[in-house]
Ligand binder design. Sequence first.
Ligand SMILES: Cc1ncc(COP(=O)(O)O)c(C=O)c1O
Length: 384
Amino acid sequence: MISLAKPFFDEKEKEAVGRVLDSGWIMQGKQVADFESNIADYCGARHCIAVTSGTAALHICFMALSFSQGDGIIIPSFAWPAAANIAHLLGAKPIFVDSKISDYNLNVDLLEKIIEQSISDGIRVKAIVPVHQFGAPCDIKEILKIANKYDLIVIEDSACALGTKISGQQVGTFGLAGVFSFHPRKIITTGEGGAIITDSTEFAEKCRALRNHGNLNSAGLNYRMTDIQAAIGLVQLGKLKSILSKRKYIIEIYLEVLDGQDGISFPDYLLNSECSEDAAKAIQTLMVLLDNDIDRDKIIARMAEFKIETNTGSPAAHRLPIFSKTSDTCPVATELNEQGLALPLHAAMTKEEARRAAETLLDLINPKSYEEPHTAEFETCLAE
Ligand SMILES: Cc1ncc(COP(=O)(O)O)c(C=O)c1O
């Protein structure tokens, strides 16, 4: 079976876990402190708070900001609905914005109108939580300008985007805070896990307290990462550069076989991909868009018959039963949700597997249109 996603482990993770077990100290301790300082250094952030998941990271951020009943939080519909769920659980209102076909990210052109409308509906709009969807950088600089105009806080949901940079700056460091996920499908994993990064010492202190029972001075949670997880994370972080290169190589194989073929389109940011460190992109999920006349779910089922795991990309949160409205307020998100196809992508994947997945998909969509790919041209991308 060619898996959709797989962690990139070797003996080093096993040895690191073994050392923690032998030490007798397995809860949050030195490994977590080291993991936090390495993540903060890598990202260029002053503080990092490691937690049990990306969802826990968002929960802590929202609680640190006291989001509650009557507050509005602007969130792209086309994303994993962790932020929307937490807003809902806190009694706040997720306000969904549509995405762009070009990069599946929040469409900034729609933002001001939605903010104005929400304010005139009597909602206290407090924050924007843009997502760097599947690792693609969103238009964070434009989002920040609008946030400043309306005095809104920005928390970047960078769950999928460790390693993605804009002009050399790691995403997650533009707003008040950024969150990462270390779920096994993400760029690096700790089994489950997450982190908050921020330059604000005051915000970091609130987050640290909320992670650990409020430090017994205020109400809090137990969202502590264990030293076992952090030991895995430290090894994974050391491999980040090679993980990103390997994923990029696999994407180039898909592009060689599938780009320009009828019925299938790639997001623009993959076609314009650069090799430079300054514009590094950590592509966590490779989602292509199938034409409307192609039955996406049937393709998923047929690919499975060939032992190739594919999936839908992401939910369109505005259509989930807990949030659903009668009218379709985010039509692009709906289309991405209905016609998006996530292809196998992970650092342990071989080029033969990538080619087989791409050719099988092509054959299912456009039988007999397959041409031999020219792999030599893109192998230079791996030079680093
Ligand atoms: C954009 C986004 N935000 C948040 C999360 C939640 O992360 P976790 O699964 O670690 O709770 C995910 C997970 O898929 C995600 O894709």
